[in-house]
Design a protein around this ligand. Structure first.
Ligand code: ZN
Length: 258
């Protein structure tokens, strides 16, 4: 059950999401590479771990610099995105680290986690980060009746707007499963990702840092979860390493809208 043509259900959903993104990309100017990278994620069987001892992140960057064209002068932009928050302690730790480094990130919030953490949501907005919708109960939107799916999304947006005063324009659908029809119903733009850190499975700071630093390319959107101490530590280390390597961290909307 749950498999058609040998493709697990979650992968088919992701594929649908990517196909949707291709269409949205045409309208919103999403760069081709993100779509290619997401297709690569699908082929990655949820990211089988590489074996062997990881190469230190600093060495990977050094090697890449040797092969890069010198003096292109352009700023390489990338975006860190955090799903499933706000978390009562790790989100604020992350916000402290982002503020120290003057970095803006994107937070896709769950309605159910906003309850009781309204002050954290206020802080995310006040500090200039982008807030997006991640549904109320972390649902697979493609498995719901349209009315229920809309309620999941609109209730969460309303909740965010009531706290921040800002309209919510972007959604990261849980599991990357998006129903394109809903775009017109809820008037939101989905934002997917091009690098999946798998931080929630490994909970290993070194592995998360190594994965991002070895995979990173300009305009990447990196998927993380601010629900773990290991992720907060990894995110801040990634920022320090990649800022030193000439990357600028921007909110995800800057990378999908040209
Ligand atoms: Zn999630």
């Amino acid at each position: 059950m749950g498999r058609i043509s040998g493709i697990p259900a979650w992968k088919r959903g992701l594929l649908v999401g990517i196909m949707g993104l291709t269409a949205v990309g045409a309208a919103a100017g999403i760069r081709g590479r993100q779509i290619e990278r997401m297709a690569a994620v699908i082929g990655d069987a949820s990211g089988a771990e590489e074996s062997g001892s990881p190469e230190p992140a600093e060495e990977i960057l050094e090697k890449e610099n040797l092969t890069e064209e010198a003096g292109s002068g352009e700023i390489k932009k990338i975006a860190l995105t955090f799903d499933d928050g706000p978390h009562p302690c790790y989100t604020e730790q992350l916000l402290d680290g982002l503020a120290e480094r003057n970095v803006k990130a994107t937070f896709f919030l769950l309605g159910t986690n906003i309850e009781g953490n309204e002050e954290i949501v206020k802080r995310i907005a006040a500090e200039g980060h982008l807030i997006g919708n991640h549904t109320y109960y972390h649902v697979d939107i493609t498995k719901l009746e349209e009315e229920e799916a809309c309620r999941e999304i609109l209730d969460t947006s309303e909740q965010i707007t009531a706290i921040t005063g800002q309209t919510v324009e972007y959604i990261r659908p849980p599991f990357g499963n998006w129903d394109k029809e809903l775009e017109y119903e809820v008037m939101m733009i989905p934002i997917f990702w091009s690098v999946d850190t798998l931080d929630w499975t490994t909970k290993n700071t070194d592995q998360i840092v190594q994965k991002v630093v070895s995979d990173i390319e300009e305009n990447d959107i990196i998927l993380m979860h601010d629900s773990y101490d290991s992720t907060v530590k990894a995110a801040l280390r990634i920022i320090d390493l990649l800022q030193a390597d000439g990357y600028e961290f921007v909110t995800a909307d800057e990378l999908i809208l040209e």
